[in-house]
Design a protein around this ligand. Structure first.
Ligand SMILES: Nc1ncnc2c1ncn2[C@@H]1O[C@H](COP(=O)(O)OP(=O)(O)OP(=O)(O)O)[C@@H](O)[C@H]1O
Ligand SMILES: [Mg+2]
Length: 244
């Protein structure tokens, strides 16, 4: 459904990506894991057209497109929220750029805030809430974009263990209920084992696919199950080789 072909990006002459290719099947959940600085966020920014790439093409359902701007919700790793808008206004931003939010839009956003344990903070500003709350609000905004795909750059990095588990469940729900194609990054291998249909292990530099692991079986999964535990060891070893 989504074909990334030969993406290339240089910073100060140094290629962070060089002929990087990856395809994402429709309604798949792909989790990228790789060392810090290998180019994951750069890849997402290129996909969303936040910055221009130096080469490569992108095809969505067979049609060549410049970027995913209108086809994917994007939860970036940083600069998540607009400081002058309340949490609810931030979450409703994808709607507000198109039209004045309706009562139904507000009801949907409030419902999502309940699920994300943000009720009572609708009128707070981003600088008045914790990093994890801001992150959950950014996730709400990505969901309210109602696009066929979602790009999530470390969406679970700033939350505690309990919230992490409920957000993981929410992401699974998001994928199955809204039939989304999801591309996500994480530094937590358990996130990947819990959520992914496919784990892509990346190495630097320039960014390349070191290994792809396809996971089967029904979700939610238990990362502590024996077979997944063995897989976790394998992934951690692979990451260690990549980093060292
Ligand atoms: N705007 C920029 N100008 C120059 N170099 C940049 C820029 N953005 C990223 N880089 C460099 O590109 C490389 C990849 O950065 P990127 O943020 O994509 O990594 P990452 O895989 O997302 O890392 P992390 O896991 O820490 O989030 C790094 O070496 C970084 O310093
Ligand atoms: Mg990053």
């Amino acid at each position: 459904m989504l074909e990334i072909h030969n993406f290339t990006k240089r910073f100060n002459g140094r290629p962070v990506l060089f002929d990087f290719s990856l395809s994402l099947p429709r309604q798949s959940f792909t989790v990228l894991v790789g060392p810090s600085g290998c180019g994951k966020s750069t890849l997402f920014d290129l996909l969303m057209g936040v910055m221009p790439r130096d080469g490569g093409t992108l095809a969505f359902e067979g049609e060549e497109i410049p970027d995913l701007r209108t086809r994917a919700g994007y939860m970036a790793q940083k600069d998540l929220l607009l400081p002058w808008r309340s949490l609810l206004e931030n979450a409703l931003l994808p709607v507000a750029v198109k039209r004045t939010p309706s009562a139904a839009d507000l009801a949907e956003a409030r419902d999502l805030f309940r699920t994300l344990e943000l009720s009572g903070f609708e009128k707070h500003y981003p600088w008045q809430v914790s990093g994890g709350m801001a992150q959950r609000c950014a996730l709400a905004r990505t969901i309210l974009f109602h696009a066929p795909a979602a790009l999530l750059d470390e969406p679970l990095s700033a939350v505690d263990a309990i919230t992490r588990q409920s957000l993981r469940n929410l992401l699974l729900l998001l994928q199955s209920r809204f039939e989304k194609t999801i591309l996500m990054t994480t530094h937590d291998v358990d996130d990947a084992l819990f959520l992914a249909d496919r784990i892509v292990i990346l190495s630097r530099s320039p960014l390349s696919v070191k290994e792809e692991i396809h996971l089967t079986g029904t979700k939610p999964r238990n990362p502590a199950a024996h077979d997944l535990f063995l897989l976790k060891t394998r992934i951690l070893n692979s990451l260690q080789e990549t980093t060292s």
